[in-house]
Each structure stands twice: as structure tokens, then as C-alpha cells.
Write a new protein. Structure first.
Length: 159
């Protein structure tokens, strides 16, 4: 784990920096022929949890990137709540992952691409913790393109 300091002299925002780390995780998923979604959990400038989709490898539909990163973060801190942490994820969380973020009491969620089909934002009700701050659209094009290209190649192989 590494600490990062943003003191005003940096040319990249913390959200851009940590989303790049989530993208790194997404590319690991892509290399394993998993849907390329990645996530990191950050606390006080330090990445304390990483994850990428493992649903195929683990044969587990709940093995989403967010679930991997959140579990790693709670194991790292030795507690079950992440009130002072930020979850960075390359795709808007699904209903399952957003619901899990409620129970983990994640302080902030920052995501890349919006998911108009399966993202939690398509619901009218708020399923994240009431105190959770949500920011979307960070490196949106890059995050979305990774997933779109993945599915395009899948369709081409079938066709």
C-alpha cells in the first residue's frame, strides 16, 4: 500500500489519480477475460483495498470488483465500517454493490462510467448510506470504453 499526498502542486486530482488505480484493476480483469471493472478503497490518501471482477474465475455472481475491494479494505483495517473511506470504481455500482456499500457505511463513492442498464442510479430510491457522498463521471470515457470494447469483442467472437 502506498500513501499519496496532494498538496496543490500536483497536476492530477486525487479523483483522477485513484480512478487510474481502479482502471489498473479493471485491466487485470480484462487480462483474465472478466468484465473489466476495477475498484480501490482509499483512506487518508492510502489505498487499503483493491479488487476487480472475479465472477468467472470464482464462479460467483457476487464477486464484483467493489465487493473484492471493500472486503480487502475491512480486512486491512480490522473493522467492518468504512466511514472515512472512499470507494473508487470504474463503473457505476450495481444495486447489489450499492446496497453493500450501505452496510459497509462507505463515506464516499466515486465512479467512472454511468451504467444506465444496471447501475443503482436508475432506482428512484437511495440505497447507499444516507451520509455517503456520490460522485460520477470521473474518467468516464476511458472507463466506459474499456467495458464497451470488451463486449464488442465478445459479440464479434460469437458472430
Amino acid at each position: 500500500m502506498r500513501y499519496v499526498s496532494f498538496d496543490g502542486e500536483d497536476t492530477i486530482s486525487p479523483d483522477d489519480f485513484f480512478m487510474a488505480e481502479a482502471l489498473r484493476e479493471a485491466r487485470l480483469a480484462l487480462a483474465e477475460d472478466e468484465i473489466p471493472i476495477g475498484a480501490v478503497v482509499v483512506c487518508q490518501g492510502k489505498i487499503i483495498g483493491r479488487g476487480h471482477n472475479l465472477t468467472e474465475r470464482l464462479n460467483d455472481v457476487s464477486a464484483h470488483a467493489e465487493m473484492q475491494a471493500l472486503t480487502a479494505a475491512t480486512n486491512y483495517i480490522g473493522g467492518k465500517y468504512l466511514k472515512d473511506c472512499t470507494l473508487y470504481v470504474t463503473m457505476e455500482p450495481c444495486v447489489m454493490c450499492a446496497g453493500a456499500s450501505y452496510w459497509f457505511q462507505v463515506g464516499k463513492i466515486v465512479f467512472g462510467a454511468y451504467d444506465t442498464k444496471l447501475g443503482f442510479g436508475r432506482l428512484n430510491q437511495k440505497i447507499t448510506h444516507p451520509k455517503t457522498i456520490i460522485t460520477g463521471g470521473i474518467r468516464e470515457n476511458e472507463c466506459g470504453e474499456l467495458v464497451r470494447n470488451f463486449f464488442k469483442k465478445k459479440r464479434e467472437r460469437k458472430g
